[in-house]
Ligand binder design. Sequence first.
Ligand code: COA
Length: 201
Amino acid sequence: MPAGLRRAALIGAPALLKVAASRRLCEHEEMSFIVETDRLGMRPFHPDDAEPFLAMYNDPAVMRYLTAETAPSSVEEMRQRIVDYPDYKKHGFGRWSCILKETGKFIGFSGLKFLEKFHGEVDLGYRFFPEFWGKGLATESGLASIQYGFEVLNLKRIIGMAIPENKASVRVLEKCGMSFEGYADYDGTEAVLYAFERRQD
Ligand SMILES: CC(C)(COP(=O)(O)OP(=O)(O)OC[C@H]1O[C@@H](n2cnc3c(N)ncnc32)[C@H](O)[C@@H]1OP(=O)(O)O)[C@@H](O)C(=O)NCCC(=O)NCCS
């Protein structure tokens, strides 16, 4: 494990980081987890996630700080967006659906995204249904994503951005071991920019 990441694990939740890069078989092979944490299985988006995914878009509490995003108008449109999501093929990674292992249910998404419009930086992002907030799940998924980014994708740097008022999101970036670097204009919104650079061993 990179030394820098050990720091993140200590700041965050030391017991959570057992990113097995596991391929635990689910009902369908395409729903296999890429990464598991204590409580979460993380896997690529699947068209069958469309209904809960759309429900997140339609929840004002979830979208409070995500005003630039437009919600799909139907489950069918949501399914199509998932089918068309280009990141896995284009960049070899993308955000992942998060499945609560205890129930097998989709509870949100988390993970890495290649930002073409932002100097090719790789960004950590997350979104969960409100009933799952405040339990450390975003941090747990964020730490696992960072570990995957450094150990499997061999990235050197991962950033995170949030509008300053989104205190929970900023706190997650901090708990994932990221450091404040300044402010950034992302798609016309002023965001705080955090980053985690992998230390060269
Ligand atoms: C941001 C989000 C993913 C956080 O998920 P979560 O699972 O609740 O996060 P965690 O439990 O891992 O950590 C949340 C931290 O923020 C803190 N927090 C929450 N609300 C806060 C507030 N208003 N002010 C300060 N800290 C706050 C929590 O206390 C916790 O920190 P702690 O462990 O030091 O107490 C969740 O709120 C969400 O899905 N929001 C809607 C989508 C979104 O805004 N995504 C981010 C876009 S940049």
